[in-house]
Write a protein that binds this ligand. Structure first.
Ligand code: PLP
Length: 404
């Protein structure tokens, strides 16, 4: 039995009232709430071990460094990586993907080479490649999808050529909830000798991922979407590829030896970690991963899946509601429109009932263009949500729809 009531006690913010109504927080794809364990970890760092990492010989610096490197090991275990040298701390998924685009392009891309993304990418997995394309002459190719929101795998297979250098796709769509068949994508890409990068922002918190079992070459995710603090994230990269890639930013721990004539770089993963890292955030991220591991990612996936099924069932019964995305395998989110009500009107009126959802293009404008709509209303669940909250959402949508 999944004891959601006892889990909710770990998240103080869930007891909040907004506009005099109990908070129903269904914006977890944007960011998750934090358990007391994570909040305590942050204050504990500042109360007891704060000192800059790596360069100090004194007690506190060594303790902070030890905790940060332990956190790297926690991340390694959580995603099934082979070595902590493959775990790079960043500010989040966006920075991870910018680092990847910048360094991968410099190492491996020549004019006319191609990178394949999908039509359901977040802007964070589109714009960094476009920025690099301006400088390197790389071409972006886009995997299409069917009207339900499933990637067209046949089209994908046909796109790979001897110019393809990388496939970079989202594991779970933050708009449609589609769980993309990463195993098949990797199998097909690797058969052509092409590495695969996965945007795990929406999958790592909800289904987990094992980078070695899936054989992915890069993985990006954000701490704040997995119950950790804002401002910290991870880029996993296969060591043999990272070793060939140049640094992304300069300064701090990324150097080997600096002179005005020539600078050499540190070993992995420090080569990619310029400047003072957010060591407090990194340590708190490890607390969040420990928390998730304590509940169990499989139990989380199962519970959230049943909650989403329930949401789909309840929302299906609402007159005039249509789902945006009915993928074969879904995780985390459900997007919809009701009659011709603007998503922002729906979102604002739900907010006044205490229900937090997200509306708009969800940083996926090319996907909105593909769907021919300007935006959606999106409810996104976590393991701390309940069926009663889904009932409140359904009742709220009906009430708002009745006003129009
Ligand atoms: N990729 C996906 C699929 C996302 O859902 C998000 C955030 O919503 C991002 C990337 C960007 O994450 P962040 O803003 O934490 O860098």
């Amino acid at each position: 039995m999944f004891d959601v009531e006892s889990i909710r006690k770990d998240f103080p913010i869930l007891d909040k009232q907004v506009y005099g109504k109990p908070l129903v927080y269904l914006d977890n794809a944007a960011t998750t709430q934090k358990p007391r364990q994570v909040i305590d970890s942050i204050s504990d760092c500042y109360l007891n071990t704060n000192a800059n990492v790596h360069r100090g010989l004194h007690f506190l610096s060594e303790e902070a460094t030890r905790q940060m490197e332990n956190a790297r090991e926690t991340v390694r275990r959580f995603i099934g990586a082979g070595s902590t040298q493959e775990i790079i701390f960043t500010r989040g998924t966006t920075e991870s993907l910018n680092l990847l685009a910048h360094s991968f392009t410099r190492a491996f891309i020549k004019p006319g080479d191609e990178v394949i993304v999908s039509c359901m990418e977040h802007h964070s997995n589109i714009v960094p490649w476009q920025l690099e394309a301006q400088k390197s002459g790389l071409a972006l190719k886009v995997i299409p999808m069917d009207d339900r929101g499933n990637l067209d795998m046949e089209a994908f297979e046909g796109m790979l050529s001897d110019r393809t250098r990388l496939v970079s796709v989202t594991h779970v769509s933050n708009v449609l909830g589609t769980v993309n068949p990463i195993r098949d994508i990797v199998r097909i890409a690797h058969a052509h000798g092409v590495p695969v990068a996965v945007d795990g922002a929406q999958s790592v918190p909800h289904t987990g991922i094992d980078v070695q079992a899936l054989d992915v070459d890069f993985l990006a995710f954000s701490g704040h979407k997995i119950y950790g603090p804002t401002g910290v994230g991870v880029l996993y990269g296969r060591k043999s590829l990272l070793e060939q890639m140049p640094p992304y930013q300069g300064g701090g721990e990324m150097i080997g030896r600096v002179s005005f004539e020539k600078t050499t770089y540190n070993e992995l993963p420090y080569k990619f970690e310029a400047g003072t890292p957010d060591y407090v955030g990194v340590i708190a991220l490890a607390s969040a991963l420990d928390y998730v591991t304590g509940i169990g990612i499989d139990a989380i996936a199962e519970y959230e899946h049943s909650l989403l099924d329930y949401a789909v069932e309840r929302l299906s019964a609402i007159d005039g509601l249509r789902f945006i995305g009915t993928p074969a395998v879904r995780s985390g989110v459900v997007s919809f429109l009701v009659k011709d009500i603007f998503p922002s009107d729906m979102g604002t009126l739900l907010d006044h009932l205490g229900i937090a959802v997200r509306t708009g293009h969800h940083c996926a404008q090319p996907l909105m263009d593909r769907l021919g709509i300007p935006g959606t209303v999106r409810a996104s669940v976590s393991f701390y949500n309940t069926r009663q909250e889904i009932d409140a959402l359904a009742a709220g949508i009906e009430r708002v729809a009745g006003m129009f």
